[in-house]
Design a binder for this molecule. Structure first.
Ligand SMILES: Nc1ncnc2c1ncn2[C@@H]1O[C@H](COP(=O)(O)OP(=O)(O)O)[C@@H](O)[C@H]1O
Ligand SMILES: O=C(O)C1=C[C@@H](OP(=O)(O)O)[C@@H](O)[C@H](O)C1
Ligand SMILES: [Mg+2]
Length: 171
């Protein structure tokens, strides 16, 4: 396994688990949101405010296409699957991991995470965020090769569970 892509809703743990996975598999870690923020020279939250979501999605799609061939652990942003073009790219990759969390769990994690302002969660009701998740769920499922429920797992346990599943597949 030379590269691995993490997908899932906000608060699923893509950024946190991605760093640990990269250490475990001795691969570089790339967080797409960090790459985008570096390119645009502002936070994603500010970019959303100034230019809107569509401009962010355009940038996100360009960055995914650029990164697809990298030998790395890549943490995507939660909305990566909303574009058909991105889903097609993801389906061409052998290791796309869906980190799954129930709404009660990801809502709690998002609220506790004061380090990151998520424009599509911070100004919305819990119900609206849950609906956003439900509108994306099938896209995560169709784009992934492996799914892990993270509800009752620490980030370290998610890494162990993924390693177990990959071994089971004979890799
Ligand atoms: N398995 C987990 N158990 C408990 N807290 C977690 C877990 N995974 C992530 N977190 C916490 O949830 C918040 C969001 O995690 P993050 O990795 O940024 O998620 P994502 O990148 O998927 O939006 C962070 O505060 C992180 O410490
Ligand atoms: O779900 C989304 O549409 C988004 C998720 C965020 O990433 P995380 O999933 O890492 O929080 C970030 O890309 C942006 O705020 C939009
Ligand atoms: Mg993240």
């Amino acid at each position: 396994m030379k590269s691995l892509i993490l997908i899932g809703f906000m608060g699923a743990g893509k950024t946190t688990v991605g760093k640990l996975l990269a250490n475990t598999y001795n691969l570089p870690f790339i967080d797409m949101d960090a790459v985008i923020e570096n390119d645009i020279g502002m936070t994603i939250d500010t970019f959303f405010e100034k230019y809107g979501e569509a401009a962010f999605r355009k940038k996100e799609q360009e960055v995914l296409a650029d990164l697809m061939q990298q030998e790395a652990v890549i943490a995507t942003g939660g909305g990566i699957v909303t574009s058909q073009a991105n889903r097609t790219l993801l389906k061409s990759h052998p290791y796309v991991v869906f980190l799954k969390a129930d709404p009660a769990v990801f809502l709690q994690r998002i609220k506790s995470d004061i380090a990151v302002k998520r424009p599509l969660a911070s100004e919305k009701s819990d119900e609206a965020v849950r609906e956003l998740y439900e509108s994306r769920l099938d896209y995560y499922l169709e784009s992934a090769t492996v799914a892990i429920n993270t509800d009752d797992l620490t980030p370290e346990e998610v890494v162990l569970e993924l390693t177990r599943q990959l071994h089971e597949e004979g890799d």
